[in-house]
Design a protein around this ligand. Structure first.
Ligand code: NAP
Length: 266
C-alpha cells in the first residue's frame, strides 16, 4: 500500500482512478487527498469517497506524489502551483501535453510520468500507455504502472509513440461504438426488433472480445474458425472487403495519430 497520494482534478478520469485505487486497496482512503476546483464536484467526491479528504486548493494538500487529471488548458497553472508546493513525483493523464512542458512548468527536478488512458478506464477495463520523463527511474514507472493497473491494463512506450497510442486505443472506443451502431441498424434492417438487435450486437462484441483474450488463437484464426466454405460469414466478409473496411480502419488510425501530433505541437 502507498503512503500518500494527492489527486488534482476529481472529474471523470480522476474519480474513476480513485475508485479503482480504493477498491484495489492500493491506498487507504485516509491517505488520499483530492484537490478539486468545482464545489459541486467536491460535494459529489465527498459523498462517493467518504474516507478521502477533498480540498479546494493545491496549497491545502501538501503534495508529494501526485496524479494530475485536469483538462489540458488547466495544466500549466496546476503544474506551476504543484512545483511551488513541493511536489516530487507526478503522473499526468492530461491528453496532448508533452513531458518537456510539464517538466518546465513544474521546475526543479520533479519526476514526471505521462500516461494516455482510454474511456473504458471508467469501468476499470481501460488500457493505458505510460512514458517516463527525464528524471523518472524504473521505480517511478512501476509506481505509475501499479496505480493505473487499478483501472485496466498498462503498457510502456517511448513518449514519441503516445500519439500513435492516442490514435489507436485512445480514439479506439469511438471506432468500436461506430461499428456497434451500424450493426444495430443492420439488424433492424433485416427485420429484428431494435431491442433484440441491440442485445445481439452488444453480447457479440463482449463475447468476441472475451474469446480473443481468453483463447490462444490470433484474430485471423478465430475469424477462419467461423468462416465455413461458401457459407454466410464468407459472404458477409466478402462485402466488408469490397467496401474496404480494413483499409478504412487503418486510415482512421493514421489520421487520428497525425491529428494528435498536430494538437500536441501547437
Ligand atoms: N475522460 C477520459 O476518458 C480521458 C481519457 C484520456 C485522457 N483524459 C484526460 O484526463 C484529463 C481529465 O479528463 P476528465 O474527463 O476527467 O475531465 P473533467 O471531468 O473536466 O475533470 C477535470 C476536473 O479538474 C477540475 N480542475 C480544473 N482545474 C483545477 C485545479 N486548478 N485544481 C483542482 N481541480 C481542477 C475541473 O473543475 P472545473 O470543471 O471547475 O474546471 C474538473 O472537475 C484530461 O486532461 C483528459 O485529456 C481523459
Amino acid at each position: 500500500m502507498t503512503d500518500q497520494l494527492v489527486v488534482v482534478g476529481g472529474g471523470n478520469m480522476g474519480a474513476a482512478i480513485i475508485g479503482g485505487l480504493l477498491s484495489a486497496q492500493w491506498i487507504a482512503g485516509e491517505n488520499l487527498v483530492v484537490v478539486e476546483k468545482s464545489s459541486s464536484r467536491r460535494t459529489f467526491l465527498s459523498e462517493q469517497f467518504p474516507a478521502v479528504r477533498v480540498v479546494e486548493r493545491i496549497e491545502d494538500a501538501s503534495p508529494r506524489d501526485v496524479l494530475v487529471a485536469v483538462k489540458p488548458q488547466d495544466a500549466e497553472g496546476v503544474c506551476l502551483a504543484l512545483g511551488e508546493a513541493g511536489a516530487r513525483r507526478i503522473l499526468s493523464v492530461i491528453a496532448g501535453i508533452r513531458i518537456r512542458h510539464l517538466e518546465e512548468w513544474l521546475g526543479k527536478e520533479v519526476v514526471v510520468v505521462r500516461a494516455m488512458p482510454n474511456t473504458p478506464a471508467l469501468v476499470r477495463s481501460g488500457v493505458t500507455a505510460i512514458s517516463p520523463g527525464r528524471f523518472a527511474t524504473d521505480t517511478d514507472l512501476s509506481w505509475a504502472e501499479d496505480m493505473l493497473v487499478a483501472v485496466g491494463k498498462v503498457v510502456r512506450v517511448r513518449e514519441e509513440l503516445l500519439d500513435a497510442v492516442t490514435g489507436l486505443s485512445g480514439s479506439g472506443p469511438a471506432y468500436v461504438f461506430l461499428v456497434v451502431e451500424a450493426l444495430i441498424e443492420a439488424g433492424v434492417l433485416v427485420g429484428l426488433p431494435r431491442e433484440v438487435s441491440t442485445v445481439l450486437v452488444e453480447e457479440t462484441l463482449l463475447g468476441s472480445a472475451r474469446l480473443l483474450i481468453e483463447s490462444a488463437s490470433t484474430p485471423e484464426e478465430l475469424r477462419h474458425s467461423v468462416t465455413s466454405p461458401a457459407g454466410t460469414t464468407a459472404a458477409g466478409l466478402r462485402t466488408l472487403e469490397a467496401h474496404s473496411v480494413r483499409s478504412a480502419l487503418i486510415e482512421a488510425v493514421v489520421t487520428a495519430t497525425e491529428r494528435s501530433r498536430q494538437l500536441g505541437s501547437s
